[in-house]
Ligand binder design. Structure first.
Ligand SMILES: Cc1cc2nc3c(=O)[nH]c(=O)nc-3n(C[C@H](O)[C@H](O)[C@H](O)COP(=O)(O)OP(=O)(O)OC[C@H]3O[C@@H](n4cnc5c(N)ncnc54)[C@H](O)[C@@H]3O)c2cc1C
Length: 457
């Protein structure tokens, strides 16, 4: 049995940085990875998808050449080269994480599947590792919904679609949320016919209705078929593809696609860790229960990233690392509940989000002001020929603090940080109006937008 000051299970977005912090502090640490270094974000999540989104955007702009005054001829996508570019970008990060970890003094890198043996021991490749502290960063995977026929047809998920090096003739995407929409627009731009099938009454159902509606219009304008209220989805093999039975309230009951992508949520990788041997508690969905400082119910064991159910993003996982590391090494008292919700949807135009939605604020009953400003009135958007979307910002009527924002428009994923930083500073929105912004940018419009705040209707 080998003893370490710390053992980290998984090399997602929290584990490697934490291992490096232990190593730098002169502590012995072992980090265990069963598959690809860097986890979801690096190999099958953010990095490859945003690389593919960039290729799709380039094809889209090329097709719009006439709008900008140039001639391209027929734009065809070479998926083998698109995939090769994606593999190169993603592979660079994957390699970078592995080399970084292997180069750390005091850090032992082990490849294999880790399981708990007790509350302070982990087994990997038949070897028992004992540790004073254990950190779980095992992430999650695409869930396979229990819909009729799902096991009788070939389907893609966010991992297997990474191997696709051709343009599917008709891609049917089950799931109209963030992952489904990004792949949907991307493949439409690569040249596929795309149908997005969503069980709920609207796309990205957690967003405000006006956001959902505008995103739908943007996608439909590119020729993507959107089928909502698909209450009873089932799948069946057909010659040359898969039939997706929808029973929508309107429209034909079946969609016949050549390929199906399931994008209906994720489950944590906690079912094969033998958590019960350590006495670790999970909730009914399998997420490891943690407190505000990410400590599990077992002293000496923490859970970080997607597996704790407190976030589902790279930045929330990395923030988990910062919280745990600062509390341990700097004797701070950082808490998960201090962070402000923020994320982006990488459709084109993107949606940058921070804080509460308009609907959440209304539900909370607090007195608030709101403004909605169309991107068509933003000169930077006009210059770029990208005027779809709007900016919506809500502020507290008493404190003047920003409560939430949705920036659906060109640069929205970046612009939203202006508001997010003001929220972290707990400053009133009026500080944004005092700042001199750079012209021409989308952000320069924020003072103007904020001058038009009105009480909730
Ligand atoms: C298609 C897609 C697009 C996304 N886009 C974005 C985006 O644009 N922005 C964003 O912020 N987030 C995005 N995400 C989410 C983001 O990828 C995750 O939130 C992020 O990777 C955090 O993961 P993590 O640190 O919890 O662990 P992960 O990155 O999932 O890594 C966990 C690691 O643990 C390993 N592991 C699991 N079990 C064991 C075991 N028993 N023993 C040893 N090793 C084990 C796994 O092999 C894996 O390498 C996207 C996700 C998907 C699926």
């Amino acid at each position: 049995m080998r003893h370490f000051d710390a053992v980290v299970i998984g090399t997602g977005q929290a584990g490697p940085s934490l291992a490096a912090r232990f190593a730098a502090a002169g502590k012995t640490v072992a980090i265990i990875e069963r598959h690809k270094f860097g986890g979801t974000c690096v190999n099958t999540g953010c990095i490859p998808t945003k690389t593919l989104v960039a290729s799709a955007y380039a094809a889209h702009v090329a097709r719009r050449g006439a709008d900008y005054g140039f001639v391209t001829g027929d734009v065809r996508v070479d998926m083998k080269r698109v995939k090769a570019r994606k593999d190169a970008v993603s592979g660079r990060s994957n390699k970078g994480v592995e080399e970084w970890l292997r180069g750390l003094k005091n850090c032992t890198v082990i490849q294999g599947h880790a399981r708990f043996q007790s509350s302070n021991t982990v087994v990997v490749n038949d070897e028992v590792l004992q540790a004073d502290k254990i950190y779980i960063n095992v992430g999650g995977r695409a869930s396979v919904p229990e819909m009729p026929g799902v096991h009788e047809v070939p389907f893609l998920n966010n991992s297997s679609i990474m191997d696709v090096d051709f343009v599917p003739e008709h891609l049917v995407i089950v799931g109209g949320s963030y992952v489904g929409l990004e792949f949907g627009q991307m493949y439409r731009r690569f040249g596929s016919e795309v149908t997005i099938v969503e069980m709920g009454p609207r796309l990205i159902g957690r967003e405000d209705e006006d956001v959902s509606q505008t995103v739908r219009e943007i996608l439909e304008a590119e020729g993507i078929h959107v089928r909502l209220n698909a209450k009873c989805i089932s799948l069946a093999k057909r010659d040359g593809g898969v039939a997706v039975h929808i029973t929508c309230e309107e429209g034909p009951p079946n969609v016949l696609g050549t390929h199906v992508l399931l994008a209906v949520g994720r489950v944590p990788n906690t079912n094969d860790l033998d958590l019960e041997r350590a006495g670790l508690a999970t909730d009914q969905h399998g997420y490891i229960v943690v407190d505000d400082q990410l400590q599990t119910n077992v002293p000496g064991i923490w859970a970080l990233g997607d597996c704790n159910g407190r976030g589902a993003f790279t930045h929330t996982s990395y923030n988990d690392y910062e919280i745990v590391a600062d509390n341990l090494f700097n004797a701070e008292h950082r808490r998960v509940s201090d962070r402000i919700q923020a994320y982006a949807l990488y459709t084109d135009p993107p949606l940058g989000r921070c804080g509460m939605t308009d609907a959440e604020i209304r539900e909370s009953g607090r007195a608030a002001l709101v403004v909605k400003y169309p991107m068509i009135r933003v000169s930077r958007a006009f210059e770029k020929g990208e005027t779809q979307g709007f900016m919506k910002i809500c502020v507290d009527r008493e404190t003047k603090q920003i409560l939430g924002a949705a920036i659906l428009g060109t640069g929205g994923d970046e612009v939203v940080h202006v508001l997010l930083d003001v929220m972290y500073a707990k400053a009133p929105y009026t500080v944004v109006q005092l700042a001199m912004h750079i012209h021409p940018t989308v952000a320069e419009y924020l003072p103007t937008v904020l001058s038009k705040l009105e009480p909730f209707a």
